[in-house]
Write a protein that binds this ligand. Sequence first.
Ligand SMILES: C[S@@+](CC[C@H](N)C(=O)[O-])C[C@H]1O[C@@H](n2cnc3c(N)ncnc32)[C@H](O)[C@@H]1O
Length: 437
Amino acid sequence: MTPVARISAAIEVLDDIANRRRPAADALKDWGLAHRFAGSKDRRAIGDLVFDALRHKSSSAFAANGEDGRAIMLGLFHQHRGLDIAAIEKLFSGERFAPLPLSDEERAALAEDRLAEAPDFIRGDYPEWIAPNLARIFGAEVVEELQALAEPAPLDLRVNTLKAEPDHAAKEVTAEVGRAPERPALSTLCLRLPLEPERGEPHIASTESFLKGHVEIQDLGSQLAAEFAGARPGMQVLDFCAGGGGKTLALAAAMQNHGQIFAYDSDRRRLAPIHDRLTRSGVRNVQVRTPRPNGDVLDDLEGRMDLVLIDAPCTGTGTWRRNPDAKWRIRPGSLAERNKDQALVLDAAERYVKKGGRLVYITCSVLEEENSDQIAAFLETHPSFGVVPPAEVVHAFENEAMTTIGGAARLLAHGLLLTPRSSGTDGFFVSVLTRAG
Ligand SMILES: C[S@@+](CC[C@H](N)C(=O)[O-])C[C@H]1O[C@@H](n2cnc3c(N)ncnc32)[C@H](O)[C@@H]1O
C-alpha cells in the first residue's frame, strides 16, 4: 500500500471506532480481515497512525474544526507531526487511494491555530467529564501532565537480580536488539529502550535474555512501586492482587528468594501466567494460592504477614500512554465500580497484616478518588493503621537513585504519585501503611 492509502485506511478505522463505539484493536483486526491484500507492514503502519490519532484525538479534531476520522488525521498531521498545509495537501490529493483534497473550510481551520483558545480538556486530550477529577490532582499543571500522558511510552525492562547483574544484562540486550538501552537515573535495575517508530518495538519476548529470565518487561513506575513496598529477605509477604505476577516477581527478587511470598488473586484466570513466569525467573519462594469456590485459601495467613501488597484493580488512567484507546472508553460508571472494588480489597486484605506489619496500596491511576480518597476512607474505619509519610518511604532507600525520586514524584499526604511528566514512568500511586504494634 502507498503511504496515502494507509492514511485513507486509518481514517476508515477511526470512523469505525467512533460510529460503532468499539475498541481500536477490534476495528483494526476487522479492517485487516476485510483487506487481506494489506501486508504486515501496512497493518502496523495503519495501527500506528490510528493509535497516534487516538493519543491526540480531541486536540487534532479541534484544530481541523471537525469530529470525524478525517478531521482527526488532518489535525494530527498539522498539530502533532509538524506538517504545513502544503505538505498535507500533497497527502490529501484525491489521487488514487489518497484521501480527498482539502476543502476551503479545512484549509482555513488548519491555518487558524484554533488550539490556543481551546479548553484544557481539548488541549490535554482527555474526556470532558473527567476534567474535574484530573484538575483536582494536577491543578494548573493539568494540561502539561496530560500531554505527557498522551506521548508514547518507552519499553522498560527490569533486570532480574536473581539471575543477572544489571551491566551484564545491558550488554546482552544491546547485542540482541542492536541498540544500547538507556539507564534511567531513578533505578539501577531498569533498562529502557526508547521508542523508535521507524524500527518498531523490539521483540524482547523472543530474545535469549528474556527467555533465560535475565530481564522482565515492566514499566519503571511498576518497578518502583514494588520497590517502595519494602520487601526484604526473610519476610512473610502476601501479594493479594497478584494477577499475572508482575509485582510478585519484583518482590521475590528484592527478597533474594528468601522468606515466603503468597500470591493470590480472586480471579484464577488472571493468575494463570504466573507459573511459567516464576519458573523462567528462577523464583523459588512463591506459593500461588488459587481461589477455590468453597473455602478461604488464605485462612492460615491471618495476622501473620510482614507485608501485604494490594496492587488494586483500577481504571488505569496512569497507563494511557500505552493504551490511548482506554482514555476515550472510560465512563463515570467504571470509575464508580473500581472505587467499590478498591474499598472491598482494602477491607479484605488488612486482616493478614501482623501487628507492626506493612500494608501497601498501589494503583496505576492518577485519580485521587482511587488513591488518597480510598486510603483516607480506610483509615477512618481502621484506626490501628497509619500512613508512613511518603518522604520517609523514599528516604528508607539508601540507594541514591531511589532517594532522588523525592524530586520526581508528588509527595501527597497519603502516598506518592509518579507520572510520565514528573518521573518519566507510567502514572502510579503508592501508599504505605503500618499496623500499630
Ligand atoms: C492491577 S491488577 C494486578 C496486576 C499484577 N499485580 C501485576 O503486577 O501484574 C489487579 C488485580 O486485582 C484482582 N482483584 C480484583 N478484585 C479482587 C479481590 N476482591 N480480591 C483479590 N484480587 C482482586 C484482579 O483480578 C486483578 O488481577
